[in-house]
Ligand binder design. Sequence first.
Ligand code: PAF
Length: 283
Amino acid sequence: MKPTVLESPAEMQRLARSLRAAGTTIGFVPTMGFLHEGHLSLARAARRENGVVVLSIFVNPTQFGPAEDFGAYPRDLEADLSAAESAGVDYVFHPQPADMYPSRQLTWVTVEELTDGLCGASRPGHFRGVTTVVAKLLNLVQPMRAYFGEKDFQQLVVIEQMVRELNFDVAVVRCPLVREPDGLAMSSRNAYLSAAERKAALVLYRALQRAQERVRGGCKDPVRLRREVVECLSGEPLAEIEYAEFVDSRDLQPTGAVDEHARLLLAVRLGDTRLIDNALLKG
Ligand code: PAF
């Protein structure tokens, strides 16, 4: 059955209240739309574990910088509704910016420290926009479980911190990153890539694989590993490295030694498109 579309935040909140009053568990998948297999894997996980699944589609203006791609961000509501239906989504919450931000927003949710580095360094204000909109969405949808992918790893850790520290009554469910058959991490922004950039984008996966192989082979020195990762990424002429960092997955701080918590996080530009990827480095 096609999901029911709700546009009004007040209507969404009324529905959530009545579902909860009836004892129905709500699983929530927040997205910005242009759904791909990564989003659908979250929706299917929510389907398995909850009575009702709500998926939001909202390209959130407050998490884009003035020079970023808010206007160009890909949108296709009809295709999204069919995809959501195929994953068993019951309700799609699709508000407009003016509904979510009816007046000048004076209240913001900020997670400190975890948002300073990595994507936070090159996208000032980005995580403030993400945490604020996710807090608003959680208050509107009132889910028992909310599903986030490990593709946006920093975002996931930031949201977990916010949920813990602000006592949101929700379990954040981590879901694995989903890749294309050739290894490219699925992302709505892959739609921006030219054929040459799409091919060049595979360098991110190659760099992650190279690091994983080296760690499996016994190399635990993050400085040496980083040098090799940068060398691998630099071998692709279309790729411009924004960062390549070995961090502790629990606090996103640079890791001194590659242990079971170490994760390699990458951000690379291909032309105008910024791609991120990451992998755990199991020894
Ligand atoms: O990951 C995303 O798509 C967005 O950052 C989110 C969590 C839906 C908030 O706008």
